[in-house]
Design a protein around this ligand. Structure first.
Ligand code: ATP
Ligand code: MG
Ligand code: FE
Length: 337
């Protein structure tokens, strides 16, 4: 089975061809990071316009690199939420047009479910049930994947997402957008125990909160600057990262143990973080839980993960009609197959 995947939920225009849900034949990603960097974040209007320019060239390139034509494709999977409405609409309209023109099945994919399925691209034998920690720019959630089409949200952040916290702290440290990789680089030269930043909601199951941590970092920097102290920014970055990773790791292991599931998968852009991978690997090993994470290119936004998710929906007969619309605040597991 060959699936063409499309992803335009934020600032990456991406198309991919995936065979049998696991083998990536092509995965073209046109990132707009340079365009948005001068504004310190994604500007929705600019993103939509750029998606319109990029989407067909990216689709053609994905098909060409896979050595396929539209006629060879079995179904077209597209992200229809959550994300920026104008950005999502470009992918949805394109997928509907291709589906109608070529007479192919259309599959509407939840972007967050796609992030989780990125794990299946890298691991041929990995299968549900598993506990997934989704840590992206807009979301921080613990999820139980009982089988390929049954998601259950165990808990999520009450305020900022983990990636958002990285981006905001990077901003106050005057590091460029996106801040996650920059913080990780700076943190490598710092002491993670230098500053005791708060670990919020430690006792509260699967719920997270990161806005207090962000404020604590800001207060620490302001206080030091007011006293005229020189701030060791590497120590701040390392201590902030340690606080985030500590909470994420502890809650994820706890969730897996409570669910009686011995497989954990990381998903979303923050899953590329080396300290999170290492710390969670150590804690999982203590409890005989296996840890899985996609290679970095499948952690951030890409269409291969969308094609993978679409493959399993296609197998289950979970198709969309030409009335598919963008749903900017789509919830996880909302789509019933
Ligand atoms: P969502 O998936 O919730 O809609 P998004 O698609 O914008 O949001 P992703 O592309 O999954 O988010 O991830 C981007 C986020 O990942 C950014 O916040 C970025 O700072 C963060 N990130 C990327 N690499 C790293 C890293 N090495 N360490 C920490 N954070 C990282
Ligand atoms: Mg992005
Ligand atoms: Fe994403």
């Amino acid at each position: 089975t060959l699936i063409l995947g499309l992803e335009t939920s934020c600032d990456e225009t991406s198309a991919a061809v995936v065979a049998d849900g696991r083998t990536v034949l092509s995965n073209i990603i046109s990132s707009q990071i340079d365009l948005h960097q001068r504004y310190g974040g994604v500007v929705p209007e600019i993103a939509s316009r750029k998606h319109i320019e990029n989407v067909m060239p990216v689709v053609h390139q994905a098909l060409a690199e896979a050595g396929a034509t539209l006629a060879d494709i079995d179904a077209i999977g597209v992200t229809y939420g959550p994300g920026l409405v104008g950005a999502l609409l470009v992918g949805v309209a394109t997928a509907k047009a291709l589906s109608f023109a070529a007479g192919k099945r259309l599959v509407g994919v939840n972007h967050l479910e796609g992030h989780v399925f990125a794990n299946f691209l890298a691991a041929a034998d990995l299968a549900p049930p598993l506990i997934a920690l989704i840590v992206s720019g807009g979301h921080t959630s613990l999820v139980k994947l009982a089988d390929y089409n049954t998601f259950r949200l165990l808990g999520q952040t009450r305020d900022d997402a983990a990636g958002e916290a990285f981006d905001k702290v990077a901003r106050v440290l005057r590091l460029p957008y996106p801040g996650g990789p920059e913080i990780e680089k700076l943190a490598a030269q710092g002491n993670p125990e230098a500053i005791a930043f708060p670990r919020a909601l430690s006792g509260s199951g699967c719920e997270f909160s990161f806005s207090g941590l962000k404020s604590a970092v800001l207060n620490h920097l302001n206080a030091a600057r007011q006293r005229g102290d020189t701030v060791n920014e590497a120590d701040v970055a390392a201590s902030f990262q340690a606080a985030v990773v500590d909470v994420l790791s502890a809650k994820t292991v706890q969730a897996a143990r409570e669910a009686g599931i011995d497989k954990v998968a990381l998903a979303g852009g923050v899953a590329a973080n080396g300290r999170l991978r290492a710390e969670l690997a150590a804690r999982c090993a203590d409890h005989k839980i296996s840890l899985h994470y996609p290679p970095p290119v499948y952690c951030t936004d890409n269409a291969a993960m969308i094609a993978c998710r679409a493959h399993y929906q296609h197998l289950a007969g979970c198709w969309a009609g030409l009335d598919l619309n963008a749903v900017p605040s789509l919830k996880l597991g909302e789509k019933r197959c």
